[in-house]
Write a protein that binds this ligand. Structure first.
Ligand SMILES: [Zn+2]
Length: 139
């Protein structure tokens, strides 16, 4: 009887251990499946106003207005204005009133597009000196 109880306890311990391991494995699998498309350290660095910059995590949803080299509250379409959109790990120049709107034609910047884009990790608005750079892990 004594022996049997010890055996049952051992069996119970083994089952608990197995359950903990199974749960941990499941947690890892869930994290892997639910991982965001963007790396945790992926971010966009927006450079403007001759030397100023802000960094925004790639997973954020943001609209940034830059007018005359300053961060602005809202879009007005006046003076030298760029509206940058960040959504789902992508950044793009939503609107800009620079002469040829080249920055708007540069498409979406993301971890997935950097290899195929002509400008790689950059979106450049040369006339307004506004630059968006994608920075991934360790960059
Ligand atoms: Zn531009």
């Amino acid at each position: 009887m004594e022996h049997k109880t010890t055996g049952d306890r051992r069996k119970l311990n083994w089952i608990l251990t197995a359950a903990v391991i199974a749960f941990a494995a499941l947690a890892v699998a869930v994290c892997f499946l639910l991982r965001p498309k963007t790396g945790a350290a992926d971010r966009f660095v927006i450079r403007y106003g001759d030397g100023r910059s802000i960094e925004i995590p790639a997973w954020e949803t943001r609209t940034i207005v830059i007018r005359n080299g300053e961060i602005a509250e809202r879009e007005t379409g006046e003076d030298e204005e760029n509206v940058i959109r960040i959504e789902n790990g992508e950044a793009w120049m939503e609107t800009a009133n620079c002469p040829h709107r080249e920055c708007m034609k540069q498409g979406k910047l993301s971890a997935e597009t950097v290899r195929s884009r002509p400008l790689g990790t950059w979106i450049v608005c040369a006339p307004h000196r506004v630059y968006i750079e994608f920075a991934g892990d360790g960059q």
